[in-house]
Design a protein around this ligand. Structure first.
Ligand code: ADP
Ligand code: TRP
Length: 359
């Protein structure tokens, strides 16, 4: 019988795909939480760069390597401390790829095809703009030479394995990742109950008691994201950052006291809540309520607070990026640590599934 839940520290794990530079959506949704969690002695933290996941949508060899490096540097610059947290590259832990194959035997293609992120990305790959729910027919019946790769379909299996192989219970991620976590819990339960074991604990998102964050875009849209082209990047210099904030979409201003803000204004308030103090937010909310608000003032305040947040990070990015030896040392040490528990979990899973040696 396998031993599972132990009384060691609770394991925290999260990762970000290596698809470009990090933006403040990544920071408030994920990275900033990583930094806070490593200060809590109750947790053992692992943070990784999901390079295999990046291959599902962006298989460009040179860009991939550069992007992995960027994210490591940005992790370190944002304050992830390799003495306190394990920082590693997903593909440096080959045990993940093997368990991914094994776990896939317990995952249904139907449930994968129904995942929201799969449908979105599949539609993008096929150039389909409709919202039709008949994605199976769209994919199977597609007669063009465009295709949806199987890696995209099994993305949630790979993500589940990242988490389960480390037996992590807390996974700090943005709101958009919650469906993947739900699937991870389902796969863990299914494996445990199919084999009558208690191998995988069920992981949950973690937000310091608050609600999961969704950072909006500056273009009035619902979400800041790389592919949306509406991001403030951690590497943006002060001038670029201020320009982006000052250009953010607004409206004509409130005409009646205590009215509901329109979407673009609600977005600005959401950003202000993340970047500024409660007093500042209160001040502008009151100004909005009594119609005295000037959006230019709000934007200037928001830009000031974002500059204060990102400037030290940007300066550290420059310094760390110049130090290849340091980056190599961090990743070698991280890979070794991450492989320890991964190898143990994989051995347990193989044994449970009946993959046993004859020699
Ligand atoms: P992107 O959407 O820009 O491609 P990723 O999918 O690589 O970013 O996300 C990496 C992490 O950052 C995830 O934990 C995700 O939830 C978080 N994240 C990304 N965009 C946002 C956002 N706009 N608001 C909150 N969290 C976000
Ligand atoms: N799917 C996540 C994203 O797009 C990245 C990711 C891969 C991840 N594996 C993970 C996040 C494991 C947390 C835990 O952002």
């Amino acid at each position: 019988m396998t031993q599972s839940v132990n009384n060691e520290k609770e394991i925290v794990l999260s990762g970000i795909r290596a698809t470009g530079n990090l933006h403040i959506g990544n920071y408030f949704g994920a990275l900033g939480k990583f930094v806070r969690m490593q200060e809590d002695p109750n947790y053992e933290n692992l943070f990784f760069i999901a390079d295999l996941h990046a291959l599902t949508t962006a298989p460009d060899p040179e860009a991939l390597h550069a992007n992995v490096r960027n994210i490591v540097v940005e992790y370190l610059a944002a304050g992830i401390d390799p003495e306190k947290s394990t920082i590693f590259v997903q593909s440096d832990v080959p045990e993940v790829s093997e368990l991914y194959l094994l776990l896939n035997m317990h995952v249904g293609i139907g449930e994968l095809m129904r995942t929201a992120s799969f449908k979105d990305k599949a539609r993008k790959a096929l150039g389909i703009h409709s919202d039709s729910d008949d994605i199976e027919r769209e994919i199977i019946g597609n007669e063009s030479n465009k295709r949806v790769n199987a890696g995209l379909l099994t993305y949630p299996t790979l993500m589940a394995v990242d988490i389960l192989i480390q037996k992590a219970r807390k996974v700090p991620v943005g709101k958009d990742q919650e469906q993947h976590l739900e699937l991870t819990r389902r796969f863990a339960r299914r494996f445990n109950s199919f084999y009558g074991v208690d191998l995988f604990p069920e992981p949950y998102n973690f937000d310091f008691g608050g609600k999961p964050v969704k950072v909006p875009g500056l273009d009035g849209s619902g979400k800041m994201g790389k592919s949306e082209g509406n991001c403030i990047y951690l590497i943006d210099d002060e001038k670029t950052l201020r320009k982006k904030v000052m250009r953010a979409v607004t409206d004509q201003g409130p005409t009646e006291p205590n009215s509901e803000p329109t979407q673009p204004i609600a977005n600005l308030f959401s950003l202000l809540e993340l970047a500024s103090t409660p007093e500042v937010v209160e001040h502008f909310r009151n100004a909005y309520a009594d119609c005295s608000i000037r959006y230019g003032d709000l934007k200037k305040q928001l830009a000031d607070d974002l500059v204060a947040l990102t400037t030290p990070i940007r300066e550290r990015i420059e310094a760390i990026s110049a130090d290849d030896a340091y980056i190599a040392r961090v990743l070698r040490q991280g890979a070794e640590k991450a492989r320890e528990r991964a190898a143990r979990t994989l051995a347990e899973a193989r044994e449970i599934m009946g993959i046993r040696k004859f020699y």
